[in-house]
Design a protein around this ligand. Sequence first.
Ligand code: AMP
Ligand code: ZN
Length: 309
Amino acid sequence: MNDAATIGLEVPTRTAGLLEALFRRSGVDGLHARTDRFERVVEGLQTLITQHREKDVEVLRFPPVMSRRNLEKSGYLHSFPHLLGAVCCLHGDETAIRAAVDRPDEKGGWVASLAATDLVLSPAACYPVYPLAAERGPVAGKGLIFDVACDCFRHEPSLNIDRMQSFRMREYVFVGAPGQVNAFRARWIERAQGIAEQLGLSHQLAGASDPFFGRVGKIMAVSQMEQELKLEMLIPVRSADEPTACMSFNCHRDHFGEAWGLRCEDGTVAHTGCVAFGIDRLALALFAQHGLDLVKWPRTVRTALSLNP
Ligand code: AMP
Ligand code: ZN
């Protein structure tokens, strides 16, 4: 067997083991039921991230759906229309809904009658926070920090264990002056590296870009890279050669400030930034690194994740 074939076989076997041990299949790519073993680690991660929370942070937990209007106003359809999922329902009176349900599959079935609602599936945890912050008027001198989380959806079905359609995201979000956003991001990059070390995870920081849509998106991605607006922490999940983005550190500059009329006390447009933890990917990285048997994980890692009895 040549080297390429050996490598080709190795990677799926490794992730197949993780898949079997940690998830139950749903019949849809990128959508899994999570086992108790996986969830214990997820809970440990959430607690650890809370332990690193700064002072004066407002905690908000969002539902997995958000206002369609607000996501539109945030510019999401310009940047990532290919990833968005919208909530659709059957509308109308009893007769209309009954007719839709009874429509035969060859005529499009009930799905042909679906129409949009005012909800979309949240693609990231921080989108709902900017309109909330804007409603409160000018941002006080020291800025605002939020701790937010939600189940996120992105339409990117994949056989790769680390690319899910539904996954959990936790974020710290800063709203304030440009220099404050940079300082917030720098603090969090350092803190996040400490967290990865506490967890015994090999990690590297890399410049990154978002998966912007289409040809214009390619230009946006290059500009994002050049300006170092997005950094990611890469940690091995599927392979050490192709580590997975498990956290991101983002400067949005005045994008959300402009969209929502967010102002600092001196009248300038507020800047925003966020640090995002991909909770499911971090949990997977821990299992990939330390094995499937939680009891055998290093004591320090178990302590960090509150797994010790
Ligand atoms: P992003 O907003 O793309 O920077 O995403 C924030 C974090 O969410 C990433 O660093 C990942 O850890 C996680 N994430 C993004 N997309 C997915 C996905 N399809 N499946 C699992 N986790 C994801
Ligand atoms: Zn964010």
